[in-house]
Ligand binder design. Structure first.
Ligand code: URA
Length: 202
């Protein structure tokens, strides 16, 4: 293991024991994040959903399948070569019957984001892609919604940030045929361009 992998593992061990907020009382598993510790690109989502809570892995449900297609087919990069994390590591649900997910509350974000900040510091990606409003608002410290923020470069901890739509939002708005897909593709092309990576498939 490299020092970077060791540091991530240490942080993950700490997160797995976390009791800093109420989400720790309802989670099945802490979804720390996964991917290459040497990743050029870090994707940051909102929080785990049902499948993620059950498996302990980020973005493995329907939205995750779409994100994986965007990364692998759209960007031409194996999923394991990027790093994928969330602003909160435990699943936020609307009620204790776990029927529906909800965005994380401000105090949950506050309690959890020290883990994310450390992940960013350790992996030190060349570009961050924020997925959807909650992660864009936290990373870019803005109250402006994703529709206005997407496609415009921001910066966080010295790292360029590209906000784009969350894959769940695409799924809710037409899925594979969503008219928003072309916006996401435009945003992704900006990322590839910045990293001087070939723009190939779609
Ligand atoms: N949505 C997210 O924001 N993160 C996940 O890990 C899964 C779905």
């Amino acid at each position: 293991m490299t020092n970077i992998e060791d540091s991530l593992k240490e942080l993950e061990d700490e997160a797995r024991k976390c009791l800093r907020c109420r989400l720790s009382t309802t989670r099945t598993t802490v979804v720390f994040g996964e991917g290459s510790s040497a990743a050029d690109i870090m994707f940051i989502g909102e929080g785990p959903g049902k499948q993620e809570d059950l498996t302990g892995r980020p973005f493995v449900g329907r939205a995750g399948e779409l994100l994986t297609r965007i990364i692998e087919k759209g960007m031409g990069i194996p999923r394991e070569d990027v790093y994928i994390a969330n602003i909160v590591k435990c699943r936020p649900t609307v009620d204790l019957k776990f029927t529906r997910d909800r965005p994380p509350e401000a105090d949950e974000v506050k309690a959890c984001t020290p883990f994310l900040l450390r992940q960013i510091e350790i992996v030190c990606p060349r570009v961050i892609v924020t997925l959807g409003s909650p992660s864009t608002k936290f990373i870019l410290q803005t109250s402006t919604g994703i529709t206005r923020m997407r496609g415009r470069w921001g910066r966080f901890m010295g790292i360029p940030v590209m906000p784009t739509y969350h894959p769940s939002y695409l799924l809710r708005n037409g899925g594979e045929k969503s008219p928003l897909r072309k916006d996401v593709w435009e945003d992704i092309k900006k990322v590839l361009d910045r990293l001087e990576m070939p723009i190939s498939a779609k």
